[in-house]
Write a protein that binds this ligand. Sequence first.
Ligand SMILES: [Fe+2]
Length: 302
Amino acid sequence: MKNSLYVGNETGRPNSNELPAELNLTDFLYEAIDTSAFINVKNWAQFFDAIPVDPYIPDGYRYKSIAWFRIKHIKAAAIDGIDDHIAAINKLSGMSDEESKRYLSSGKPHWVSEETGYCCWNLPQYAMQQSIKYNPVHGDMRREYPRISSGITESADFHKLLIHYASFFGWSDAIVLVQFQRVDCFTSRTGLPAVEGFHQDGNRHVGMLVVNRNNITDDSGVSQYVMDDSGKKTDELIFNSVIPPGQLIYWNDKRVWHYGTKIEVADGNVNNGRGVRDIILLSAKTPPGNMPMGPVPIKDKK
Ligand SMILES: [Fe+2]
């Protein structure tokens, strides 16, 4: 298990002087990393209490906030499709050209990791609009979510997490969707971490960091993976474990299908009979792959 801050991959650590080497995904299935050496996730558990309920889950057991970023290496040429996509969604949002330019690779990054050479732009609060191909429950529906607290997104630990993700896979340029997600349960109702069952999300790779498991049974909220076979799910579990708080797992979304089993309350007399599981999902988007960005809901536009 790796626990260094800037992992890099088998071809070396990213740095400011040269283009990073991208991880070869051909043989990569998943890898778990203990983040306790560089992130204190205990500081983040409190922020999940403030996330409002996800209005798109009728049973009300999920809470979600999101944020979009663009993370490009300083030595990399911008991928045109990324600038084009950001500009197009900004236009659909009614944003002026001048404002839109601030979010393109020609604009000034919000922060730069001097050590790895990765530059980050905070993108507007785009909606999520997944293709129906990847999400039969919510595909093609535009979903608006509140932004992750700036207390998190402006923190050094959060920047380390984004840099860890970029460094592990060694990409040159990508849009990153970050989702903070809580699922809760009560003695009278369980909670479902993956509404759609075993699935893929149309990404190349995904990261999941477990922040908190509170008052849920040890054998609930289990992460499971099965192999993909030419676009079809197979049956044999290749991973079937509870990921504890502080663990980050990266997986290859093309080669495996993922699922999280339902969560159940451990002790009905604790925490008012409520159990929660809090996670952070990281997914990098590069065209022509799935780019599930919907226009910014500008509510105060005349
Ligand atoms: Fe998923």
